[in-house]
Design a protein around this ligand. Structure first.
Ligand SMILES: OC[C@H]1O[C@H](O[C@H]2O[C@H](CO)[C@@H](O)[C@H](O)[C@H]2O)[C@H](O)[C@@H](O)[C@@H]1O
Length: 631
């Protein structure tokens, strides 16, 4: 049943999303929220676990897909011997959280084509078959709290616990289908106007895309990739709360057939802050405001109880369970929902939080008393924690360690706190923070560096390498020209690169509590682009960036990982981290391009990124390292 992950297109309305396969089958849909139970779970099982296919009944000669420009509206065109049709799939922006629609419009383009529709509705991730009854305009399916109505002018038939239809469509005709979710105890939405919804959805996304300030001309070869990434990041945002999910799916495997299968439909502080920074650096300020409010609500209370991740509305208990009735993607078991990492200690989130709030201030978000109070409490809490072992950025399940990256981000936390006082006149125990910043710096330089490896290493006392240490210059801990930075980049290239792409670490060197290997981690490969850019190896940086762009699927989407041997994407999809990496790397490379005068101007006054904001996306290339000098 499983298809390559690349086969999927992604549509969404900032409440939830769906994955549409090239053959016209929607195999993943959770309603009404990203993290709700799926009513189409064929992605992790078979057709019987729920899917909705609309496609030509006969032979298909060719399939092509595209998004309508600057939107999440996906068009899949089928060429058949009898003619051509296009299926237009989208999720309209919802008026309230209790009524969520998915619309499919079949458009005849040429000739006359016979179309089959096959709807298999299964609530609770493929486990529950609903009661289905006919309505004036289609059908209504109910099971427990969930109700779904299908509205269409096409005649429907029940067959083997499915709903099927066959119809033919000629050139110029359109046949709509709307699937609308609502709680079973509330009335259904009375709105059924697919053409108007299509128009509104298109206009909304185009307006949103039009406010991007990333200075990349439409003709620029990277324009389309960056725009698609930004739209994908926005579509992974849960509009009602401002929370941002790490990816649209659960349990797409990091190794085919393996156990590294996780639920990413939650808001990680790390992933969400990095997403936010990519959006903000492209000019999207209101997202920053929404995210800050989300964060302050989610983390409200005792700073000791700060979690590394929350639910979409700030929920705290994300208990991990397995769904044994689902066979998993290509047999990769278990399928998990919830994520045990919510209970882990990951010190880096203090640094990511402090940096993101610092960026917010730089972008002149209106000052927030509550935010600064919260930040000071966090820094006070971190005093007793920064030198504890933790699970680290990679959320290892093999026991806590003194991870160098965690210390690095603790340094970032105090550094940004100090800058808030120095640059913005906020009040805080800045001398104490300066002392802590210095102490952490000395600690990292003495314990995180290995003379034997000639590199910073993953954890104190070990010799393993780790791609997260590529971030050392990006966050401003050491300048790019520092020999230890350059040596670390070279060590990562030597030890962690497979077929030109970067592994997070080698599981053989780093017992992470899990069996099996994993693919190369795309965001780490983008970090290598950034590091190479910063140390002035621009041709290499650009070549790697181009290679990474070539790994996107036909509609510009990236999963978490890539398997260079199997030549396929792996892991949850689409994943925010990967698209964040793409946007930031593009920003950084662009800052090195163009006539010298323009470059200098951009480096001194980047269009959208504040000059002294260092974390992960600053066009930070020292002038002496720019393209001309490098070549
Ligand atoms: O590798 C084991 C861990 O894998 C997942 O974590 C990864 O995804 C997170 C969300 O994108 C990201 O924040 C983290 O850095 C990655 O390592 C999984 O969510 C964990 O439960 C698991 O232990």
């Amino acid at each position: 049943m499983s298809r390559p992950i690349e086969d999927y297109g992604f549509i969404g309305n900032m409440l939830s999303c769906a994955l549409v396969a090239r053959d016209g089958s929607i195999d993943w849909l959770c309603l009404p929220r990203f993290d709700s139970d799926a009513c189409f779970a064929a992605l992790l099982g078979t057709r019987e676990h729920g899917r909705w296919k609309i496609a030509p009944a006969g032979k298909i000669l060719h399939v092509s897909r595209r998004y309508r420009p600057s939107t999440t509206i996906l068009e899949t065109s089928f060429e058949t011997p009898e003619g051509a049709v296009t299926i237009i799939d989208f999720m309209p922006l919802a008026e309230d959280e209790d009524h969520v629609d998915l619309v499919r419009i079949v458009r005849g383009d040429r000739g006359r084509v016979e179309i089959d529709m096959d709807l298999v509705l299964r609530f609770d991730y493929g486990r529950t078959t609903p009661w289905v009854r006919r309505t004036d305009h289609g059908l209504r399916a109910v099971a427990g709290p969930d109700a779904v109505e299908l509205s269409t002018p096409v005649g429907l038939q029940g067959k083997d616990m499915r709903t099927v239809a066959t119809f033919s469509i000629g050139a110029g005709a359109e046949v709509p289908f709307t699937l609308s979710w609502h709680p079973s105890y509330l009335p259904a939405s009375r709105r059924w106007d697919p053409a108007a919804q299509l128009h509104e959805t298109e206009r909304w996304w185009q307006e949103w895309s039009g406010t991007c300030t990333f200075a990349l001309e439409k003709q620029h070869p990277w324009h389309e990739a960056v725009t698609r990434s930004l739209i994908t990041l926005k579509a992974l945002t849960f509009q009602p709360t401002g929370g941002i999910v790490a990816a649209a799916t659960t349990s797409l495997p990091e190794t085919i057939g393996g156990e590294r299968n996780w639920d990413y439909r939650y808001c990680w502080i790390r992933d969400a802050t990095l997403t936010l920074l990519a959006l903000v650096s492209s000019g999207y300020r209101s997202e920053a405001r929404d995210w800050r409010e989300w964060l302050l609500r989610a983390a409200a209370g005792d700073p000791e109880q700060l979690q590394i991740m929350y639910g979409l509305a700030g929920e705290r208990r994300l208990t991990e369970t397995e769904l044994p009735w689902l066979p998993g993607y290509e047999g990769s078991k278990p399928v998990r929902v919830g994520n045990a990492a919510y209970d882990q200690l990951q010190i880096d989130v203090y640094g990511e939080l402090m940096d993101a709030l610092h960026v917010g201030r730089k972008f002149m978000l209106e000052p927030s008393e509550a935010s600064w109070r919260f930040q000071k409490l966090l820094l006070a809490d971190l005093e007793g924690k920064w030198n504890e072992p933790d699970e680290g950025i990679w959320e290892v399940r093999g026991g806590r360690r003194h991870f160098t990256h965690s210390r690095l981000m603790a340094w970032v936390a105090y550094d940004r706190g100090i800058k808030a006082v120095e640059d913005f006149g906020l009040s805080g125990p800045v001398d104490r923070w300066r002392t802590l910043r210095d102490t952490i710096r000395d600690d990292i330089l003495s314990n995180g560096w290995s003379a034997k490896q000639n590199s910073f290493v993953q954890y104190y006392g070990g010799e393993a390498l780790d791609a997260s240490l590529l971030l050392i210059p990006s966050v401003g801990f050491l300048p790019p020209e520092d020999t230890r930075v350059i040596a670390t980049v070279e060590a990562v290239q030597r030890e962690l690169v497979e077929d030109g792409l970067v592994l997070r670490y080698r599981p053989d060197d780093t017992p992470d509590g899990l069996r099996g290997a994993e693919g190369t981690f795309l965001v780490c490969s983008f970090w290598l682009v950034d590091a190479l850019t910063m140390i002035g190896r621009l041709e290499e940086a650009e070549a790697l960036f181009e290679r990474l762009l070539s790994l996107r699927n036909d509609v510009g989407l990236l999963a978490e990982e890539y398997d260079p041997r199997g030549k396929r994407q792996l892991g949850n999809f689409p994943q925010a981290f990967s698209h964040v990496g793409l946007v930031n790397a593009a920003h950084n490379l662009i800052a090195t391009q163009g006539p010298a005068e323009e470059r200098a101007d951009r480096t001194d006054r980047p269009a959208s990124v504040p000059q002294d904001t260092n974390c992960l996306r600053q066009p930070f290339v020292a002038k002496s390292h720019q393209r001309e000098q490098a070549s």
